[in-house]
Design a protein around this ligand. Structure first.
Ligand code: KG4
Ligand code: ZN
Length: 346
């Protein structure tokens, strides 16, 4: 039985992603080979609001989606009629934003009479690793850390997931963004905290690292976020100027240590020696460095995608769509957006 990595026929998927503030389209062959990956970011529009404004996001997706898809096809040097299937993110995400990509994909599927494949955005983030690492196969543990989600997942097989742990409050990226705003770095905060932390002392301030008792691999980041806000208030009341780089580096260290601790614990629980990271926060240089360092001691291999495949993009959706298709999972034209779609839920 072929597992999708040794298919004789080439399958070209046009993938569309519009779950948050990036409109993206890509052409991906057999889940691994990216012919194009066009990303139109709205970051400069949402920056002045300090976060993504859902209605503005939907309207911007509508304006650019046709041009983004056309550019993806042109760059891949492929005609619409040569596409074998359409993959699209249908959740989780902002409902209005998701509907733009979904409706566009459905229109294409109907007009071209080609299969429609609904993709879970989180599965897409995980599959970014298949694009980066051509020979990577399940099983492995994946730490998914993005602006909206924090999960530790055991990927048993293509399209088969077991959620081992998740955040009980803020997502890791959300905590980065909120702390960045509080220390005056702006939106999106993750990359800015990453950069300024390089000039700071990560041991300057002790922020709490939330760990739960027992076997759970769940996370909590609201405590560390509140601790930073309390620290800032205390310093303000005492009229003491804060060292932004030290605050950023100490906060980052507190978050990264917990992520790495749980990720290694998951590998031990599942007896696997391979961990992949995914999602926007997977670009974080401290997370990458610490994970590699700690995993080396345990003999665990660490894999991560290039930064462009960590943040939202359609190539990762094209990869996930391929493995969903191999499993025989296609969607009908009544597919709706599911803002709270769970991993593994259909
Ligand atoms: O995966 P993504 O593009 O969107 C979601 O699906 O949420 O992740 C965006 C998140 C934002 O919170 C951003 O601040 C964070 O990823 N991020 C980072 C870094 N680059 C992006 N966080 C920490 N360090 C980075 N270098
Ligand atoms: Zn994402």
């Amino acid at each position: 039985m072929k597992d999708g990595d040794d298919m004789d026929k080439e399958m070209k998927i046009l993938a569309i992603e519009s779950s948050c503030d990036e409109t993206s389209a890509a052409v991906v062959v057999n889940g691994r080979n990216v012919l194009s990956n066009i990303i139109s970011s709205q970051i400069n529009i949402h920056e002045k609001f300090g976060g993504v404004v859902p209605e503005v996001a939907s309207r911007k997706h509508i304006e650019v989606i046709s041009a983004v898809v056309k550019t993806a096809l042109d760059e891949a040097e492929i005609k619409l009629e040569d596409i074998d299937a359409i993959g699209v993110t249908y959740g989780p995400g902002l409902v209005g934003a998701l509907l733009v990509g979904l409706q566009y994909a459905k229109g294409l599927s109907y007009a071209l009479k080609k299969p429609l494949i609904g993709v879970n955005h989180i599965e897409g983030h995980i599959c970014a690793n298949f694009i980066e690492h051509k020979y990577l196969k399940p099983p492995f543990v994946c730490l998914v850390v993005s602006g909206g989600h924090t999960f530790i997942v055991y990927m048993k097989d293509y399209g088969e997931f077991e959620v081992l742990g998740q955040t009980r409050d803020d997502a890791a990226g959300e905590a980065f963004d909120k702390v960045a705003r509080a220390i005056g770095l702006g939106y999106p905060g993750g990359p800015k905290i990453d950069k300024i932390s390089k000039e700071g002392n990560e041991n300057a301030i002790k922020f709490p690292k939330a760990k739960f008792d027992g076997d759970t691999l769940d996370f909590s980041f609201s405590g560390v976020k509140s601790a930073v806000l309390n620290y800032l208030n205390k310093m303000k009341m005492k009229n003491i100027e804060i060292n932004t780089a030290d605050v950023a580096a100490s906060f980052q260290k507190a978050v990264v240590d917990v992520l790495v601790y749980n990720a290694i614990k998951a590998c031990k629980m599942k007896k696997v020696k391979k961990i992949a990271i995914a999602g926007g926060v997977a670009s974080n240089s401290c997370l990458r460095k610490t994970l590699i360092y700690e995993c080396k001691k345990e003999g665990i291999e660490v894999l991560f995608p290039a930064p462009i495949l960590c943040t939202d993009n359609a190539a990762m959706i094209g990869s996930a769509a391929y493995y969903e298709f191999i499993k025989g999972r296609t969607a009908s034209l009544d597919l709706n957006a599911v803002p709270n779609l769970k991993l593994g839920e259909r």
